[in-house]
Design a protein around this ligand. Structure first.
Ligand SMILES: Cc1cc2nc3c(=O)[nH]c(=O)nc-3n(C[C@H](O)[C@H](O)[C@H](O)COP(=O)(O)OP(=O)(O)OC[C@H]3O[C@@H](n4cnc5c(N)ncnc54)[C@H](O)[C@@H]3O)c2cc1C
Length: 385
């Protein structure tokens, strides 16, 4: 008989909701705590790749998410003067609005999951009576700060991120790298434009003023950016700082970190939500594996096996499951975080920007231009690709 665990999850974002759905489906008693259970008001786009799609299939949500998503077109990386620096392939990602994804997860939450709406100020009481505490509480995770003292604080990159949606067709699918700034334009599922920008830290506390600052800083650089910024509105714009998680091993005793709490990354590789879904799937699979191992009992060398139908102690399941989870997820999570930070540095470099642009344009940029011009020729001659 599988051991039923009492699992407490702090955070009902993508990682917490996905974990709650999968663990409740496996019969565990799940309590999910968040100060708000709601989808974000501004539906900026997320790109979900193959492994995250596998996790969505396990959640039973892949078809629903596919129906709400757009397939991305290929785009280009450009310099501030419009030169092509590299091609950005379309891949087989699904582009979905973050609001739609969180709404789908909220709707899929089984009745059996106990929802507690409150702000948590102290982690210790959360461990009382729980076999497992899951920290799914985002980049500034309280669970991480209290369980990993001295090394749990998120790191600021001195960058302000503005992101939003605009009710126009995307004038181009691109990311433009300037001197100390970047601007990305992608399509929005259902029509419209998704955009995001990074600038050196500048936040006034007023979204109106922050958007005006962005328009002043990037206005006149490229027509496509001007077009998107002219269509952007304060109501459909979010402004925040950019923080990434420290390098921590995501497991301590019976506490585990998932999603941004484990490895909050810079947005430059577009993988935060992907890794959040994979963490949730991996945690559920690790617990299932440990349950089945525990119910088979110890090997003959380890002593007598438990009586048929008897329950294993929760720690006999949790400890090996968390070892398995951390072996599977610690390095990929930290790898994406480090890669995204490196990409952020290159994208936001200021003095090095002219050299960066020259090198990229002469290598990957020229290759991308040659490929796209031969594709255009082939199309004119009617050659199937
Ligand atoms: C500009 C930008 C673009 C991005 N683009 C992509 C992309 O294209 N693809 C991609 O995969 N990812 C992308 N991401 C990253 C992605 O959005 C995140 O990685 C993902 O949402 C993390 O989910 P999470 O559930 O781990 O954390 P969160 O979404 O931060 O959820 C944490 C939850 O915990 C709750 N909480 C926290 N502390 C407490 C507390 N003390 N008490 C009660 N509740 C608490 C919060 O209310 C929140 O609901 C992007 C991010 C940015 C900034």
């Amino acid at each position: 008989m599988p051991t039923t665990l009492t699992v407490r999850i702090l955070g009902a974002g993508i990682s917490g909701l996905a974990s709650a759905i999968l663990l409740a489906a496996d019969g565990h008693r799940v309590e999910l705590i968040d100060e708000r259970f709601e989808a974000p008001a501004v539906g900026t786009s997320l790109g979900l790749f193959g492994p995250a799609q596998t996790a969505l299939a396990r959640l039973g949500l892949l078809d629903q998410v596919r129906a709400m998503s757009a397939a991305p077109d290929a785009g280009t990386l450009r310099s501030a003067d419009g030169r092509v620096l590299a091609a950005v392939p379309a891949g087989k990602a699904l582009l979905i609005s973050r609001s739609d994804l969180v709404r789908a997860l909220l709707e899929a939450l089984p009745e059996s999951v106990e929802r507690r709406r409150r702000r948590v100020e102290e982690v210790r009481p959360l461990r009382d009576g729980a076999d497992l505490l899951v920290g799914a509480d985002g980049a500034h995770s309280l669970v991480r700060r209290s369980g990993w003292p001295g090394q749990g604080r998120a790191r600021s990159h001195g960058v302000t991120v503005l992101r939003g949606t605009a009710a126009i067709a995307p004038p181009e699918i691109s990311e433009t790298w300037g001197r100390g700034w970047l601007f990305r334009i992608t399509p929005l599922a259902g029509g419209g434009t998704n955009w995001f920008a990074c600038l050196p830290e500048h936040r006034t506390g007023s979204r109106d003023e922050d958007l005006a600052h962005l328009r002043r800083s990037l206005g006149g650089r490229r027509d496509v950016i001007d077009e998107v910024l002219a269509a952007a509105s304060t109501e459909q714009t979010l402004v925040h700082g950019l923080h990434t998680a420290p390098a921590v091993w995501p497991v301590r005793q019976n506490v585990v970190l998932v999603g941004d709490a484990a490895h909050a990354m810079a947005p430059n590789l577009g993988h935060g939500a992907n890794t959040a879904l994979q963490d949730a799937e991996s945690l559920a699979l690790a617990l299932r594996h440990a349950q089945s191992r525990a119910s088979q009992g110890p090997s003959p060398q380890q002593g007598p096996s438990p009586q048929e139908g008897s329950l294993q102690s929760p720690s006999a399941v949790v400890a090996p499951a968390l070892r398995r989870y951390s072996a599977a997820r610690a390095l990929p999570g930290q790898g994406w975080r480090l890669g995204s930070e490196a990409m952020l540095r290159v994208a936001m470099s200021s003095r090095g920007a002219p050299l960066r642009d020259r090198v990229l344009h002469c290598t990957t940029g020229r290759l991308a231009e040659r490929r796209s011009s031969s594709a255009r020729h082939a199309e004119r001659r009617g050659v199937p690709r």
